[in-house]
Design a protein. Structure first.
Length: 858
RNA sequence: GCGGACGUGGCGAAACCGGUAGACGCAGCAGACUUAAAAUCUGUUUUCCGGAAGGGAGUGCGGGUUCGAGUCCCGCCGUCCGCACCA
């Protein structure tokens, strides 16, 4: 019994693919192209098996499409700017560039171990000037087109470190390093006008038919189109007005207060004179900028003492509050509260004892007694207590209220989006410099295109908090390109989503220096046919990329709106977590099972096994990729990543699972290298006829081709693996015994083995190449075409049909394919078990589902 | 809080458009080979009653539609993901 030497074999075939340039992609207009892309990684350190899943999935698609004759583009690169590099710089005194490139080296080597079919000649890293110079040009284009602009917006501010914090660095309202309560600060920042495309981004979702519905739905909700009314309240005793937006103009007569966002200009004005208002706003600002934090916080309000007149009933006035749950970014930053019909409003009203006036009454309720306690009524009904709206239903009342407001000239029906413009300024070093200069005389001046790229200075220190670009002695001091006077470089850098919003297009011509890509290459390769990555990117990255593609289109770079024709979102790889008595996390390899109980390998201390969680360094529940590949080989790791769960679901990494995959690798190896019958040579003519057993094996082979092809088309890789294993089991039963000549079986075995090798190739390419060579196949398996199923061997002549009596299974019968009702009915009723279950009663009805079921109803 | 998903044996899962629930694998049990172990191979494995034939129950919980529901509808419960400066 020979053993498969994966170490030698994997290295051998990787070298062969490399030497022959097998996966080098070259444009060829005569062939159909297929562009497969996995979301490129952030080079954070080392890869664990969780990272590898994404790439294994993509590689199956790439190799499968290759076998089907497509000209495949399958590139890989590095999303190389980002916060962790700066954190490493602060913690370990390593320069972000050095840290990043070291990680790229390590991770690139790890990826190569997996035998992925990348065209490595297209590798790119976004932190190189060769990459980001194009994005600086694109930004200037956007500026020319009015797609980029500057406005004030809020950031999280750590008052101790004097630094802007990311949302992730704010924990329970405090800075992660200093523990100081976070404040919100206003800064002037760059924005991209994604809202210009809101309607188009929304409409085009319908065309993305190869995207998961859930992702389209999430984007739809994120864009959040809603129609309603924008109108102005007159203030009592002041000449100005407060503008509000509502989607429920029908409930206006139920209004009992007006609430301003703490960041509303009027709130700021009041705060100048009233320290209590200022204190309240400061308290709200301690929540930071994250919407989740704001919306989960306890509802708080402050009565400003101002009042506004009700627009339909000027004798009525409403108090003006400042409330922490009103977002400045949505609508107008001010609302009217109708507690009876909005849950947030009623929570607020009950807390501050404001009136609750029901104005929509469900038709099943008596208007005289209908009341709302602590749960808002948001369903349909008829209007009451609402002046001219009385008796209308909700929709009619909305229309009437808008019409009246427009007549009065104090408001208009309008459509608003939840989607906000994309703030791209970051007060950080490790990002792409924003190519503008600030001149006291000329204002904001773009860096002239012939002076691009604006590169990052290398001599920076992270000794003190804040943005090193800001502290750099010389970098920001430049002369104004317009007037030549002293001016300052912009020290903010781009959000790293900027890089990932167009990298897929750069891969079309990654070496082209004169622009982001060539038109011809983009024309040929784009859009990405299949994009693969985690659901966590369902909204932001994917929406930004869709926006960017349109912005690039409108700047004349390409003729395309949608970057990703197909999308697959994969689940996480999870692993149990381990904690020792002291509470410290342990790596899986530090734990072993002794006498059925988990203990710490060193010392034998007791270990608590926690729940399954996404593999992450912080919980130490990671399984190193290199270690696994060294122990079991790349193919075994790939098989487990593909076989145990459907791609979109989470996958639990277990020792038992990897053992099972390893066992199959050995089984397939022995099946082909030590066949149970002497195999005829490659290409030997088929015998004139086949015996029963050989024919059954051939049927299984061709059915498996059909099934696996369908499974791969649908990305059901786990099912494809199950079918491949099943075929292996079936073919292993061929032993030459039984009816028919042994030669028939040997031929069927050879046919089956070749098919198996080809089917397994996208999943375990090294093993498949080796077996292909050993079985006498010619050329590289990577260049062979996908097998085709013989239709005459796929369909069976007889089928097993279930017989039910009153929906309960009582027997199964064999019927000819597509048997008609009388025949099926007769066969079903003839079954003794069916007779017994019918208890002598006549059949009232017999339902036939062809080739599946006969249901006798008595 | 808002938005999105998911829930099937001891475990990972399969079940196409509403049609035989549990394919395939893991773990377990029994056996073969072996001095022994490992590896490998064979059988068995949702659960309850039964010697068997056969029968009852069963897809998070409670209802409903249907000849027939894991699948569709209504209401709960639980878990996970996203929420705009993590990537």
């Amino acid at each position: 019994m020979s053993r498969y030497n994966f170490k030698e074999t994997e290295a051998k075939w990787q070298a062969a693919w490399n030497a022959q340039g097998t996966f080098r992609a070259v444009e060829d207009p005569s062939r159909p192209k297929y562009y497969v892309l996995e979301m490129f990684p952030y080079p954070s350190g080392r890869l664990h098996v969780g990272h590898a899943r994404n790439y294994a999935l993509g590689d199956v698609v790439a190799r499968y499409k290759r076998a089907q004759g497509f000209n495949v583009l399958h590139p890989m690169g590095w999303d190389a700017f980002g916060l962790p590099a700066e954190n490493a710089a602060i913690a370990n005194k390593v320069h972000p560039a050095k840290w990043t490139f070291q990680n790229i080296d390590v991770m690139g080597g790890q990826l190569r171990l997996l035998g992925l079919s990348y065209d490595w000649s297209r590798e790119l890293a976004t932190c190189t000037p060769e990459y980001y110079v194009h994005e600086q040009r694109l930004f200037l284009d956007f500026l020319d087109k009015g797609l980029a602009y500057r406005k004030e917006s809020w950031v999280n501010w750590d008052p101790v470190d004097q630094t802007v914090l990311a949302n992730e660095q704010v924990i329970d309202g405090r800075g992660w390093r200093t523990g100081a309560p976070v404040e919100k600060r206003k800064l002037s920042q760059w924005f991209l006008r994604i809202t210009h495309y809101a309607e188009e981004l929304l409409d085009a979702l319908a065309t993305l038919d190869r995207w998961p519905d859930k992702v389209r739905l999430m984007q739809e909700r994120w864009i959040g189109k809603s129609s309603g009314l924008r109108f102005r309240f007159d203030m009592v005793g002041r000449p100005d007005t407060i503008e509000v937006f509502t989607t429920r103009p029908d409930t206006l007569y139920g209004a009992s207060f007006v609430a301003l966002s703490p960041n509303h200009p009027l709130a700021a004005e009041l705060a100048e004179k009233d320290p209590k208002v200022a204190a309240f706003i400061a308290e709200c600002n301690r929540l930071g900028t994250s919407e989740a934090a704001i919306e989960t916080a306890e509802k708080l309000g402050h009565d400003t003492g101002l009042r506004v007149a009700h627009p339909f009933d000027p004798d009525r006035t409403l108090p003006v509050w400042i409330a922490n749950f009103v977002l400045m970014e949505y609508g107008t930053g001010a609302i009217f509260g109708c507690p009876a019909h909005d849950q947030r409003d009623i929570d607020f009203a009950r807390k501050y004892d404001l009136p609750v006036i029901p104005v929509v009454v469900p038709e099943t309720e008596d208007p005289a007694t209908f009341s709302v306690e602590n749960e808002a009524y948001t369903g349909p009904g008829l209007l009451r207590n609402s002046g001219f709206l009385d008796g209308l239903d909700v929709e009619a009342a909305k229309r009437a209220a808008i019409a009246r407001m427009e007549e009065l000239g104090r408001g208009e029906g309008t459509t608003v989006y939840r989607l906000r413009d994309w703030g791209v300024s970051r007060q950080r070093y490790w990002g792409c410099p924003i190519p503008v200069i600030h001149c006291d005389a000329c204002g904001v001046v773009p860096v002239p295109r012939d002076q691009l790229p604006v590169t990052l200075p290398e001599d920076v220190s992270f000794d003190r908090p804040g943005n090193p670009l800001e502290h750099h002695p010389t970098w920001k001091h430049v002369s104004c390109p317009q007037c030549g006077g002293a001016a300052r470089r912009e020290t903010d850098t781009f959000d790293t989503f900027f890089e990932s919003s167009w990298y897929f297009a750069r891969f079309a011509s990654p070496q082209y220096a004169k622009g982001p890509f060539t038109r011809e290459a983009a024309q040929y390769w784009l859009p990405v046919d299949q994009y693969i990555g985690g659901v966590e990117h369902a909204v932001l990255h994917l929406l930004y990329s869709r926006f960017f593609t349109r912005a690039m289109r409108d700047c004349g770079y390409l003729d395309l709106a949608e970057p990703f024709a197909g999308l697959m979102t994969q689940g996480m790889v999870t692993h149990a977590t381990y904690r020792e008595a002291g509470g410290d996390w342990l790596y899986p390899e530090e734990v072993e099972i002794r006498d059925g109980r988990p203990v710490k390998r060193a010392g034998g201390g007791s270990v608590e096994v926690g729940r399954l969680e996404k593999m992450s360094k912080s919980k130490k529940n990671v399984v190193g990729l290199e270690h696994m590949v060294e122990t079991y080989g790349a193919d075994t790791v790939r098989l487990l990543l593909l076989s145990d769960s459907p791609p979109d679901r989470d996958l639990e990494w277990t020792e038992a699972g990897i053992d099972g995959a390893w066992r199959y690798v050995g089984r397939l190896w022995r099946f082909v290298t030590e066949p149970s019958l002497p195999l005829p040579p490659h290409g030997a003519p088929a015998p004139a006829s086949f015996g029963e057993k050989a024919l059954a094996a051939r049927r299984a082979t061709h059915k498996t081709i059909a099934a696996v092809t369908q499974d791969l088309d649908r990305f059901h890789f786990n099912k494809a693996v199950a079918r491949i294993r099943e075929l292996t089991n079936t073919l292993a039963e061929l032993d030459g015994a039984g009816e028919g000549a042994p030669e028939d079986q040997a031929w069927a075995l050879r046919e089956g083995a070749e098919v198996l090798i080809k089917l397994v190739n996208p999943l375990m390419p090294h093993l498949a190449e080796e077996l292909w060579q050993r079985i006498g196949g010619t050329g590289l398996l990577a260049d062979q075409s996908w097998p085709a199923a013989d239709p005459s061997l796929v369909v069976e002549d007889t089928v097993k049909v279930a017989v039910q009596v009153n929906g309960k299974l009582r027997a199964t019968i064999d019927l000819p394919r597509d048997a008609a009702q009388p025949e099926a009915e007769a066969a079903a009723l003839a079954e003794p078990n069916v007779q017994r279950a019918m208890e002598g009663k006549p059949a009232r009805k017999v339902i036939l589902v062809p080739n599946r079921i006969v249901n006798v109803v008595v």
